[in-house]
Design a protein around this ligand. Sequence first.
Ligand code: 5RP
Length: 305
Amino acid sequence: MQRPGPFSTLYGRVLAPLPGRAGGAASGGGGSSWALPGSHVQPPGRALPGARGANGRDSDGVCPATSTMSKTEEAKRLAGRAAVEDHVRNNQVLGIGSGSTIVHAVQRIAERVKQESLSLICIPTSFQARQLILQYGLTLSDLDRHPEIDLAIDGADEVDADLNLIKGGGGCLTQEKIVAGYASRFIVVADFRKDSKNLGEQWHKGIPIEVIPMAYVPVSRAVTRKFGGAVELRMAVNKAGPVVTDNGNFILDWKFDQVHKWSEVNTAIKMIPGVVDTGLFINMAERVYFGMQDGSVSVREKPFC
Ligand code: 5RP
């Protein structure tokens, strides 16, 4: 008989820590955890600790002390929940993004599924998103079975005045772009720190570029030769060597040193042999929900062209 150890349950299943930046979406990544504090991967359909009701209370009806939740985390929560309130409807196929802000949106989706008996299909953008969907007991599918997505919701690392985005801080940019690209509507949820006039004002870690491993050196050289700046191979934190994405590739972070015409730069970088995709999401988002420091939610729409 299997002896229950620290990572086994009565079900005999091995439970891993909730996938997050440090070993979820892209192996060995560092940074803030994408998990709700103290949560673990649960067998699908099981209730999660700390799930809050529509009124913001915990399931036992106790309001969490505001001091236990940072302003940033609360802003993420407000943005995630507001987007779900406004856009999620019965019978939709949903694209589920990656990161820490999307966790709050998924939590609200799961509450609404239960409260309103919604029938929803969820397409993940990463290993982390897949686990999140299962963890909250939502219906998991893929692009083979559901190639048309009604609504994709995802986080971002930075949003400019025209709703162009930098994404890929968690290394999931390629699958995120695929899912957003096949969605009729793409909505972004973010906290106030992501709001910029021009890309690079707030986000200083550069533009992520997913590359085929054998090409990372020539791609790095091609990017700096064409556009200047500096390129770094993203290194893992809890693993020796580079971060490896969900697709088995490397991530380059391009620290640009001037404002560019991002649409042209995106196309040019994508043409470099060995590049899989970039974290530039140009003209894709239709609306961004920013959770603000004062507890409000600010909505930015795509400007008319
Ligand atoms: C992952 C992403 C995330 O959406 C982005 O990093 C935002 O994450 P967070 O909500 O944790 O700030 O692009 O590749």
